[in-house]
Design a protein around this ligand. Structure first.
Ligand SMILES: NC(=O)CC[C@H](N)C(=O)O
Length: 223
């Protein structure tokens, strides 16, 4: 499966996700610089990685959302391509309007860097069909702007449409309804604050992130 990882000035989890994709899919992803106007042909997944794009000025993800490559990412998502935004990637996707709501400063102000327990809310493909609905998993988080915020009407709609993909098992950063991960309407764009790419082999202390990549790989290989 051909994959791409978007790289912004200040990305720092681009290598982590590249290694995870390589280990799971057996192919090396294309690293795509933010200034590129297009994406490579024939992709099965685009990853928007974690980090501190543009130093988190003006808000985390705000400047990256306006990078030339993001227009191509939005077009590809509209065409149904799976897009995975992790941590800063989730912030970029909300700032780009590809996912609703915003990620605000953590309720406790502090940077939160630890393992957290999460509930997988649904087993919806392409990302979660290798998990059980309601399954409890553990992944690491590392962020200062993970406090998901949206108005009540939006939150109710997200719940009603089954688009809350992941919830913190207990409050971590003040996120509305403990939201840790979110899908777009079609289900092919996922933004999540925890880092699945940092839990794919035993040496990481757990493998709860691995099935997410395997599920996308299965889907694309079967196509
Ligand atoms: N690990 C990350 O992607 C950090 C995300 C973001 N810049 C924050 O601290 O909120």
């Amino acid at each position: 499966m051909k994959t791409a990882v978007i790289v912004f000035p200040g990305s720092n989890c681009d290598r982590d996700i590249a290694v995870a994709l390589e280990r799971v899919t057996g192919t090396t992803p294309d690293m795509v610089w933010h200034a590129e106007p297009t994406l490579p042909e024939g992709l099965g997944l685009v990853a928007v990685p974690g980090g501190f794009s543009y130093g988190d000025y003006l808000r985390s993800g705000a400047m990256a959302a306006r990078a030339p490559v993001m227009r191509a990412v939005a077009d590809a998502a509209e065409g149904g391509l799976p897009v995975l935004g992790i941590c800063n990637g989730f912030q970029v996707l909300t700032e780009a309007g590809m996912l609703p709501g915003a990620l605000m400063r953590n309720a406790g102000i502090d940077f939160v860097c630890r393992e957290v327990a999460l509930t997988v809310e649904g087993a919806r493909p392409p990302f979660f069909d290798r998990y059980q609905p309601g399954e409890r998993i553990v992944l690491p988080v590392a962020h200062h702007d993970g406090n998901y915020t949206a108005d009540d009407e939006t939150l109710d709609r997200l719940e009603g449409e089954g688009r809350i993909a992941l919830r913190y098992a207990e409050p971590v950063n003040g996120s509305a309804r403990n939201i840790a991960g979110l899908l777009n309407e079609r289900g092919n764009v996922l933004g999540m604050m925890p880092h699945p790419e940092r839990r794919i082999e035993a040496a990481h202390g757990g493998v709860d992130g691995r099935r997410l990549f395997e599920a996308v790989f299965d889907l694309v290989s079967a196509a």
